[in-house]
Design a binder for this molecule. Structure first.
Ligand code: IPD
Ligand code: CA
Ligand code: CA
Length: 274
């Protein structure tokens, strides 16, 4: 049997083409999640632990995103948090978190997002994060200016460590949380304050918009940070993947200026390894 797409002549998409498809799809998925939010939300299943939950809306959002994207670009690969990975042959892979901030969604806390990133030959080149409750859309593509609802984004100006507002998040594993809590306890006295929104994608978009001076979290997955990480970088942030204190991948992100000081502080706090 021939692989999917074999023999078909497909022109290479530009980052802007991929961004437009991501925008249209995220808009539809965010509307679907809002419809679910207006009804009764229940846990449909649990995953890595009994507090790592999935709802019908997570599944429906991912199904819609996968259907729209593969209808438009049938030869692309697809990695979504809730479904099976799909291989492709076009050089494009979509990386999707159908609801980032599911626990907030479950509790009616208006901090959750649909996140869609497109990778071309292994590099994330387009990303959209739709903040569902606020109805705001963050977007960016390689070579372009990142925006929120069309307005350009830029990171916050320089701040000393003591004046940095830093977001973080916690794993669904209680062993990992004990390690994370110890690190956060050591970082807290060194910075302005700590925030925990419950959505990695929104946190990174806030670094992009200047609403945060930094973000660090161990144990996040590619679908949590692929789209928002690109948006943050385009807005003037640096994002590094490090090894966290618990041995899993940690994301450290902050404005390019002063990034080394932030990285050194999270190392000293023991949130990431030397
Ligand atoms: C979670 C959120 C949260 C972060 C967790 C993620 P989910 O994603 O991004 O802020 O702290 O590590 O798993 O489960 O809501 O898609
Ligand atoms: Ca997530
Ligand atoms: Ca999710």
């Amino acid at each position: 049997m021939l692989p999917r797409g074999a023999g078909r002549r497909v022109s290479r998409p530009s980052p802007e083409d991929l961004l437009q498809l991501a925008l249209a799809t995220a808009d539809e998925a965010a509307a679907l999640v809002r419809r679910h939010a207006a009804g009764t939300i229940e846990v449909a299943a649990t995953k890595s632990s009994d507090i790592d939950v999935v709802t019908a809306a997570d599944r429906a959002s991912e199904e819609l995103i996968r259907a729209r994207i593969l209808a438009a670009r049938p030869d692309d690969a697809f990695l979504g948090e809730e479904g099976d990975d799909i291989e492709g042959s076009s050089g494009v892979r979509w990386i999707v978190d159908p609801i980032d901030g599911t626990v907030n969604f479950l509790y009616g806390i208006p901090e959750y997002a649909v996140s869609i990133a497109a990778e071309l030959d292994g590099e994330v080149v387009a990303g959209v994060v739709a903040d569902v409750a606020k109805q705001e859309v963050y977007a960016g593509c390689r070579g372009g200016v990142p925006t929120r609802d069309g307005v350009p984004l830029a990171v916050r100006g320089p701040a000393s460590l003591a004046h940095r507002l830093v977001a973080t998040g916690f794993s669904y594993s209680s062993d990992m949380r004990a390690i994370q809590a110890a690190g956060v306890a050591r970082l807290l006295p060194e910075v302005r304050d700590i925030r925990r929104s419950g959505s990695c994608a929104i946190d990174l978009c806030r670094v992009a918009s200047g609403a945060l001076d930094g973000y660090v979290e161990e144990g996040v997955n590619l679908w949590d940070h692929a789209a928002a990480g690109l948006i943050a970088r385009l807005a003037g942030a640096r994002l590094e993947l490090a090894t966290g204190a618990g041995g899993r991948t940690a994301v450290v992100c902050g404005p390019d200026h002063g990034f080394e000081e932030l990285l050194s502080a999270v190392r000293t706090a023991g949130l990431v390894r030397e």
